[in-house]
Ligand binder design. Structure first.
Ligand SMILES: Cc1ncc(COP(=O)(O)O)c(C=O)c1O
Length: 518
């Protein structure tokens, strides 16, 4: 059967796909016959819709479900992975050496792996705030929070190498450096959050936190913000509306608007959020869904970077607790001193979470994650379930984690985040007054969002403008990214050793890149 034949049969799947640029229809493997057409047995009349335009996601569904779901899919394909993404089909426009790497990647990784920038980077070395490509070009890294205390920090490298040469194994033996690390890390948390489970990634941490929350509350319902990202497991994808998943969101996950401090006055942010939380809980009750909790990235990074006024989150969390839910603070982005004022983002709001999930910056590039948790919750979870993670909290992870804490302290990086971040934003605000395109500059510590708009008066998001700036900066050897529901928020999130001189370099490049929009 050809596509034309499908069209002639008036298949809504085909016409709806065609009307929406970026999708095409491909036929499934033929293994049965239905109504004279060859199709798959287990899903009668189920051709496959394949996005052929940049998007890597393949969706299989019944024809009459497609129109209903298309909106979700189209939305999903613009989500987090597509922000600032390299168009894989443009590989032939690159330098031969880079083109060859892109093609090898394409062949080996298939369609789901994304690269950054119009011209992807082939990196060979990192040091402090600098990254170097294969030609020896040096880039100012204003994007990466994984090497939180600086690329290849010698103290972390030394600690990891020494431990790797001494002992590394799975996690079911005694070794003392992990307890030293656990005690030091828990020492930075509120007293009530006094247990920790180690994992290897933020996604694993979020997944475990969900499991604990569901066991202790007996509920399944979760509230999330509407462009949140918390990770990539099956369960965590459900609570990550910015993930590109073609599955319809289950009705026990209720997204609420992020605290958009650009479009609403500061005094309305807290009340709006608590009202939305209350409504979400009431909606679940009406649908007989038992409420389990609220998970929030304390700086709402993928929602568009909204640290907001300290304290605005408190009333919403009180609503969560009143309804018997737990509050999970996602500190994968703001944690480990990045917000400058405090070690943890939730602490800016004067809150004590039931669970804190950690990841990225924890090991300065060594894969580490964790869930810090109130002991009664872990005890309740432990009465029915166990948890084992082969690599989570191994001796090398402990060495990396301890070295990161040492460097944060000895180099005063939290204070640097506070001071350099404040300086950067005040200069950016000055730069913003001269034109129309900077709608808002916001942030905390070394986490800054710049909202690019078409006109300051209309506040209309300008995603293309934001991507132009990102690529103009990349041409000037400065690396940043984008965030937000509309992809129009520039995300500036450098290693914490980013100092005033680096901020000045950034500002010079940024002023030129911004001018290119006019
Ligand atoms: C806020 C937040 N939570 C969780 C995760 C998941 O972490 P990982 O990619 O290490 O699994 C991310 C990753 O980007 C994140 O930004």
């Amino acid at each position: 059967m050809t596509l034309d034949a499908v069209h002639r049969f008036g298949d809504p799947l085909y016409s709806t796909a065609r009307e929406n640029r970026g999708f095409d229809l491909v036929l499934p493997k033929v293994d049965a016959v239905c109504g004279g057409m060859s199709i798959r047995t287990e899903q009668p009349c189920a051709p496959v819709v394949k996005p052929v335009h940049r998007s890597p996601y393949i969706v299989s569904m019944r024809a009459n479900e497609f129109a209903r779901r298309l909106e979700t899919i189209m939305d999903a394909t613009r989500k987090i992975l597509e922000l600032n993404a390299f168009d894989m089909d443009a590989a032939d426009k690159l330098d031969p050496a880079v083109m060859s790497l892109v093609n090898r990647r394409k062949r080996a990784f298939g369609p789901t792996s994304m690269l950054f920038y119009e011209r992807p980077l082939n990196l060979v070395k990192g040091e402090g705030v600098w990254l170097y490509d294969a030609d020896g070009t040096r880039y100012l890294d204003a994007y990466n929070n994984v090497p939180s205390v600086g690329h290849c920090h010698p103290r972390v490298v030394e600690a990891v190498s020494r431990q790797m040469a001494t002992l590394n194994t799975h996690t079911r033996y005694l070794y003392d450096n992990i307890y030293t690390y656990a005690e030091r890390l828990l020492g930075t948390m509120p007293d009530a959050v006094s247990n920790i489970v180690f994992t290897c990634t933020g996604s694993e941490s979020a997944d475990l936190a969900l499991r604990i929350a569901r066991v202790v509350t007996g509920g399944k319902g979760f509230i999330v913000t509407d462009n949140a990202y918390h990770g990539n497991t099956t369960a965590v994808t459900e609570i990550s509306p910015s993930s590109a998943s073609p599955e319809p969101r289950p009705d026990y996950i209720v997204p609420i608007p992020a605290p958009d401090t650009y479009r609403y006055p500061a005094r309305e942010i807290g009340p709006r959020l608590s009202q939305d939380v209350r409504a979400a809980i009431a909606g679940m009750k009406e649908r007989n869904i038992r409420f389990a909790g609220f998970i929030a990235d304390s700086i709402f990074s993928s929602d568009g970077v909204f640290p907001g006024e300290p304290g605005f989150l408190a009333d919403a969390i009180a609503e969560v607790r009143k309804a018997g839910g737990v509050y999970i603070a996602d500190e994968v982005q703001p944690g480990f001193g990045r917000t400058g004022e405090k070690m943890w983002g939730f602490d800016r709001h004067g809150l004590v979470p039931d669970m804190v999930i950690m990841g990225k910056p924890m090991g300065n590039g060594f894969p580490m994650g964790g869930v810090a948790v109130k002991p009664d919750l872990l005890t309740a979870f432990g009465s029915t379930s166990g948890y084992f993670n082969t690599f989570g909290g191994n001796p090398v992870a402990a060495a990396a984690g301890l070295a990161v804490l040492d460097v944060l302290e000895s180099e005063g990086l939290q204070l640097n985040a506070f001071e350099t971040g404040a300086y950067l934003r005040s200069e950016l605000r000055i730069a913003g007054t001269s034109g129309e395109r900077i709608g808002d500059v916001r942030g905390a510590g070394l986490y800054t969002g710049i909202e690019i708009v078409k006109y300051r008066t209309s506040r209309e998001p300008d995603r293309d403008g934001a991507e132009r700036i990102v690529n103009e900066l990349r041409r000037r050897n400065i690396l940043i990214g984008t965030a937000g529901k509309h992809g129009n928020v520039l995300k500036i999130r450098p290693p914490l050793c980013f100092a005033r001189e680096h901020a000045d370099m950034f500002l010079e490049g940024f002023t030129e890149a911004l001018a290119s929009l006019e």
